[in-house]
Design a binder for this molecule. Sequence first.
Ligand code: URA
Length: 216
Amino acid sequence: MDYKIEILGRKDSYISQIMCEIRDREIQKDRRRFRSNLEKLGNILAYEISKSLKYEEVTVTTPLGMSPGKVLKNQPVIVSILRAGIPLHNGFLNMLDLADNGFISAYRHHTKGNEFVIKLEYLASPDLTDRDVILLDPMIATGKSIILCYNALRELGIPRSIIIAGVIASDEGLENVQRHIPEAEIYVGEVDMELTAKAYIVPGLGDAGDLAFGPK
Ligand code: URA
């Protein structure tokens, strides 16, 4: 299988500076700046992803004449995993501002020691039959949340295509997602090599939900 994965932070662009800022524990103390950086990454990821969507030709009437142009053929459905996905989602919506939207909640329910199961509780989404779905999770650590959420979403209709986007993924999480959702195109800011025993990404950035919204 030919996996499609884009690691945007590996090419020189302003995304590298934003990635440094969201990882920096001093800059993270400013919660507004953390959220705003996640939103900026959402803008950039959405723009990069927009290059792989399909367009159709149109003619636009300007005040002075007719101009050929292209518009999105199909509006995608942007689905975010709550709660850390919210600022990233806002960034996507700044760019893909006519998209439909879905939300799903996933949280870690700790059983014993470092073990946990992922619980899904809330799902609000349009019918996904034949839609182009963009599923957002800022931190793809083990990949389990993405896989469970995608399976739950498929109960609402089988999408035509699935794109997964995140800020930081672990190597292991990416492999897991690719194994379970081989049809997905994946866009991330960066891939880190390690996970802690508690399944946090190293060096990562910490807990994205807490940094954006405060401790639980
Ligand atoms: N979720 C986070 O916010 N950070 C991680 O490192 C892993 C999961």
